[in-house]
Design a protein around this ligand. Structure first.
Ligand code: HEM
Length: 190
Protein backbone atom coordinates (compact mmCIF):
# COMPACT_ATOMS: atom_id res chain seq x y z
CA UNK A 1 0.00 0.00 0.00
CA UNK A 2 1.28 3.51 -0.76
CA UNK A 3 0.94 6.49 1.57
CA UNK A 4 -2.38 7.48 -0.06
CA UNK A 5 -4.04 4.21 1.00
CA UNK A 6 -3.90 2.81 -2.55
CA UNK A 7 -2.14 -0.27 -3.95
CA UNK A 8 1.50 0.51 -4.73
CA UNK A 9 2.61 1.04 -8.32
CA UNK A 10 4.05 -2.48 -8.74
CA UNK A 11 0.87 -4.10 -7.39
CA UNK A 12 -1.28 -2.03 -9.77
CA UNK A 13 0.95 -2.71 -12.80
CA UNK A 14 1.02 -6.46 -12.10
CA UNK A 15 -2.73 -6.54 -11.47
CA UNK A 16 -3.70 -5.03 -14.84
CA UNK A 17 -0.99 -6.81 -16.82
CA UNK A 18 -2.00 -10.16 -15.34
CA UNK A 19 -5.72 -9.45 -15.78
CA UNK A 20 -5.12 -9.10 -19.54
CA UNK A 21 -2.89 -12.19 -19.63
CA UNK A 22 -5.35 -14.35 -17.67
CA UNK A 23 -8.31 -13.36 -19.85
CA UNK A 24 -6.22 -14.04 -22.94
CA UNK A 25 -5.19 -17.45 -21.52
CA UNK A 26 -8.77 -18.51 -20.83
CA UNK A 27 -9.82 -17.63 -24.40
CA UNK A 28 -6.65 -19.08 -25.96
CA UNK A 29 -7.23 -22.29 -23.96
CA UNK A 30 -10.85 -22.51 -25.09
CA UNK A 31 -9.84 -21.74 -28.71
CA UNK A 32 -7.23 -24.51 -28.61
CA UNK A 33 -9.76 -27.17 -27.85
CA UNK A 34 -12.48 -26.01 -30.26
CA UNK A 35 -10.39 -25.26 -33.37
CA UNK A 36 -8.08 -27.87 -34.86
CA UNK A 37 -6.78 -25.34 -37.41
CA UNK A 38 -5.75 -22.81 -34.74
CA UNK A 39 -4.64 -25.35 -32.13
CA UNK A 40 -0.86 -25.45 -32.94
CA UNK A 41 -0.54 -21.62 -33.03
CA UNK A 42 -2.63 -21.13 -29.90
CA UNK A 43 -0.74 -23.86 -28.04
CA UNK A 44 2.56 -22.15 -28.96
CA UNK A 45 1.18 -18.98 -27.29
CA UNK A 46 -0.45 -20.80 -24.37
CA UNK A 47 2.70 -22.42 -22.96
CA UNK A 48 4.98 -19.34 -22.66
CA UNK A 49 2.10 -17.10 -21.55
CA UNK A 50 1.18 -19.63 -18.84
CA UNK A 51 4.79 -19.83 -17.61
CA UNK A 52 5.00 -16.00 -17.64
CA UNK A 53 1.87 -15.93 -15.42
CA UNK A 54 3.57 -18.37 -13.03
CA UNK A 55 6.67 -16.14 -12.78
CA UNK A 56 4.61 -12.96 -12.37
CA UNK A 57 2.40 -14.44 -9.65
CA UNK A 58 5.55 -15.22 -7.63
CA UNK A 59 6.69 -11.57 -7.95
CA UNK A 60 3.18 -10.45 -7.06
CA UNK A 61 2.91 -12.61 -3.96
CA UNK A 62 6.32 -11.42 -2.70
CA UNK A 63 5.27 -7.81 -3.31
CA UNK A 64 1.95 -8.38 -1.51
CA UNK A 65 3.70 -9.77 1.53
CA UNK A 66 6.15 -6.83 1.57
CA UNK A 67 3.56 -4.16 0.80
CA UNK A 68 0.16 -5.18 2.26
CA UNK A 69 -3.00 -4.09 0.43
CA UNK A 70 -5.09 -1.20 1.80
CA UNK A 71 -7.68 -2.36 4.37
CA UNK A 72 -11.26 -2.87 3.20
CA UNK A 73 -13.77 -0.18 4.29
CA UNK A 74 -14.67 -0.60 7.97
CA UNK A 75 -18.41 -0.52 7.18
CA UNK A 76 -18.21 -3.42 4.69
CA UNK A 77 -20.31 -6.35 6.03
CA UNK A 78 -18.16 -9.14 7.54
CA UNK A 79 -19.46 -11.69 5.03
CA UNK A 80 -18.33 -9.50 2.13
CA UNK A 81 -14.90 -9.03 3.71
CA UNK A 82 -14.62 -12.79 4.11
CA UNK A 83 -15.70 -13.35 0.49
CA UNK A 84 -13.16 -10.77 -0.71
CA UNK A 85 -10.26 -12.33 1.20
CA UNK A 86 -11.25 -15.89 0.28
CA UNK A 87 -11.60 -15.07 -3.42
CA UNK A 88 -8.25 -13.24 -3.51
CA UNK A 89 -6.42 -16.22 -2.01
CA UNK A 90 -8.33 -18.58 -4.32
CA UNK A 91 -7.13 -16.51 -7.30
CA UNK A 92 -3.53 -16.75 -6.08
CA UNK A 93 -3.87 -20.51 -5.57
CA UNK A 94 -5.34 -20.98 -9.07
CA UNK A 95 -2.65 -18.83 -10.68
CA UNK A 96 -0.01 -21.12 -9.17
CA UNK A 97 -1.93 -24.34 -9.81
CA UNK A 98 -3.00 -23.77 -13.44
CA UNK A 99 0.47 -23.31 -14.97
CA UNK A 100 2.02 -26.00 -12.75
CA UNK A 101 -0.71 -28.49 -13.69
CA UNK A 102 -0.38 -27.58 -17.40
CA UNK A 103 3.38 -28.11 -17.19
CA UNK A 104 3.06 -31.33 -15.16
CA UNK A 105 0.35 -32.67 -17.49
CA UNK A 106 2.60 -32.28 -20.57
CA UNK A 107 5.44 -33.88 -18.57
CA UNK A 108 3.26 -36.84 -17.59
CA UNK A 109 2.09 -37.23 -21.20
CA UNK A 110 5.73 -37.35 -22.36
CA UNK A 111 5.29 -34.30 -24.59
CA UNK A 112 8.15 -31.84 -25.18
CA UNK A 113 7.52 -28.64 -23.20
CA UNK A 114 8.55 -26.02 -25.72
CA UNK A 115 8.62 -22.39 -24.56
CA UNK A 116 10.05 -20.89 -27.75
CA UNK A 117 11.76 -22.56 -30.68
CA UNK A 118 14.81 -24.23 -29.17
CA UNK A 119 13.90 -23.45 -25.55
CA UNK A 120 12.48 -26.49 -23.77
CA UNK A 121 11.50 -26.81 -20.11
CA UNK A 122 12.39 -29.95 -18.17
CA UNK A 123 9.67 -32.41 -17.15
CA UNK A 124 8.36 -31.77 -13.63
CA UNK A 125 6.36 -35.00 -13.32
CA UNK A 126 7.09 -38.64 -14.18
CA UNK A 127 6.00 -39.98 -17.57
CA UNK A 128 2.79 -41.77 -16.63
CA UNK A 129 -0.46 -42.29 -18.51
CA UNK A 130 -2.37 -42.58 -15.20
CA UNK A 131 -1.04 -39.24 -13.97
CA UNK A 132 -1.81 -37.60 -17.33
CA UNK A 133 -5.38 -38.94 -17.09
CA UNK A 134 -5.71 -37.20 -13.70
CA UNK A 135 -4.05 -33.89 -14.58
CA UNK A 136 -5.73 -33.33 -17.95
CA UNK A 137 -9.28 -33.01 -16.52
CA UNK A 138 -7.89 -31.15 -13.48
CA UNK A 139 -6.58 -28.44 -15.86
CA UNK A 140 -10.07 -28.11 -17.38
CA UNK A 141 -11.98 -28.08 -14.07
CA UNK A 142 -9.63 -25.49 -12.55
CA UNK A 143 -9.96 -23.36 -15.71
CA UNK A 144 -13.75 -23.27 -15.16
CA UNK A 145 -13.26 -22.39 -11.49
CA UNK A 146 -10.76 -19.67 -12.48
CA UNK A 147 -13.21 -18.25 -15.04
CA UNK A 148 -16.03 -18.20 -12.45
CA UNK A 149 -13.79 -16.57 -9.82
CA UNK A 150 -12.59 -13.93 -12.30
CA UNK A 151 -16.23 -13.10 -13.16
CA UNK A 152 -17.16 -12.83 -9.45
CA UNK A 153 -14.09 -10.63 -8.86
CA UNK A 154 -15.09 -8.36 -11.76
CA UNK A 155 -18.69 -8.11 -10.47
CA UNK A 156 -17.43 -7.23 -6.96
CA UNK A 157 -15.07 -4.58 -8.36
CA UNK A 158 -17.95 -2.94 -10.27
CA UNK A 159 -20.19 -3.13 -7.19
CA UNK A 160 -17.53 -1.25 -5.18
CA UNK A 161 -16.94 1.25 -7.99
CA UNK A 162 -20.49 1.95 -9.15
CA UNK A 163 -22.81 1.03 -6.25
CA UNK A 164 -20.89 1.54 -2.98
CA UNK A 165 -18.43 4.11 -4.40
CA UNK A 166 -16.18 3.36 -1.45
CA UNK A 167 -12.76 3.86 -3.06
CA UNK A 168 -11.93 0.14 -3.30
CA UNK A 169 -11.91 0.09 -7.13
CA UNK A 170 -10.12 3.43 -7.18
CA UNK A 171 -7.32 2.07 -4.99
CA UNK A 172 -6.41 -0.36 -7.80
CA UNK A 173 -7.00 2.15 -10.62
CA UNK A 174 -4.72 5.02 -9.56
CA UNK A 175 -2.08 6.09 -7.08
CA UNK A 176 -4.40 8.31 -5.00
CA UNK A 177 -2.04 11.29 -5.22
CA UNK A 178 -3.91 14.54 -5.90
CA UNK A 179 -7.70 14.88 -6.05
CA UNK A 180 -10.05 11.93 -5.99
CA UNK A 181 -11.43 9.55 -3.40
CA UNK A 182 -10.29 9.79 0.22
CA UNK A 183 -7.93 6.95 1.20
CA UNK A 184 -9.72 3.67 1.91
CA UNK A 185 -10.77 3.30 5.53
CA UNK A 186 -10.41 7.03 6.28
CA UNK A 187 -13.82 8.70 6.88
CA UNK A 188 -14.66 11.66 4.67
CA UNK A 189 -14.56 15.08 6.41
CA UNK A 190 -18.03 16.38 7.39
C1 HEM B 1 -2.75 -19.38 -15.82
C2 HEM B 1 -2.32 -20.33 -16.61
C3 HEM B 1 -3.19 -21.19 -17.49
C4 HEM B 1 -4.53 -21.09 -17.80
C5 HEM B 1 -5.53 -20.05 -17.29
C6 HEM B 1 -4.84 -22.17 -18.70
C7 HEM B 1 -6.10 -22.39 -19.24
C8 HEM B 1 -6.40 -23.41 -20.13
C9 HEM B 1 -7.69 -23.62 -20.70
C10 HEM B 1 -8.94 -22.75 -20.45
C11 HEM B 1 -7.60 -24.70 -21.49
C12 HEM B 1 -8.72 -25.29 -22.34
C13 HEM B 1 -9.69 -26.03 -21.54
C14 HEM B 1 -9.37 -27.47 -21.43
O1 HEM B 1 -8.49 -27.83 -20.66
O2 HEM B 1 -10.03 -28.24 -22.10
C15 HEM B 1 -6.24 -25.19 -21.44
C16 HEM B 1 -5.74 -26.28 -22.13
C17 HEM B 1 -4.40 -26.64 -22.17
N1 HEM B 1 -3.38 -26.11 -21.43
FE1 HEM B 1 -3.54 -24.53 -20.17
N2 HEM B 1 -3.71 -22.91 -18.94
C18 HEM B 1 -2.68 -22.34 -18.23
C19 HEM B 1 -1.35 -22.74 -18.21
C20 HEM B 1 -0.82 -23.75 -18.99
C21 HEM B 1 0.59 -24.09 -19.07
C22 HEM B 1 1.72 -23.36 -18.33
C23 HEM B 1 0.69 -25.15 -19.91
C24 HEM B 1 1.91 -25.90 -20.36
C25 HEM B 1 3.17 -25.59 -20.12
C26 HEM B 1 -0.64 -25.47 -20.37
C27 HEM B 1 -0.96 -26.49 -21.25
C28 HEM B 1 -2.20 -26.73 -21.77
C29 HEM B 1 -2.48 -27.73 -22.78
C30 HEM B 1 -1.46 -28.65 -23.44
C31 HEM B 1 -3.86 -27.68 -23.03
C32 HEM B 1 -4.68 -28.42 -24.07
C33 HEM B 1 -4.66 -29.84 -23.88
C34 HEM B 1 -5.43 -30.54 -24.99
O3 HEM B 1 -6.07 -29.91 -25.80
O4 HEM B 1 -5.34 -31.73 -24.95
N3 HEM B 1 -1.53 -24.61 -19.79
N4 HEM B 1 -5.53 -24.39 -20.59
Amino acid sequence: MNRHGHFDVLARALHWLMAAMILAMLFIGAGMVVSLAWRPTLLDLHRPLGIAILLLVIVRLVNRLRSPPPPLPTDLPAIQKLAAHASHWLLYALLFAMPLIGWAMLSAGGYPIVLFSGVHLPAIAPHSAGLYALLRPAHTVLAYILFATVLAHLAAALYHGWVRRDGVLDSMLRSGAGAGHPPRDVPEAE
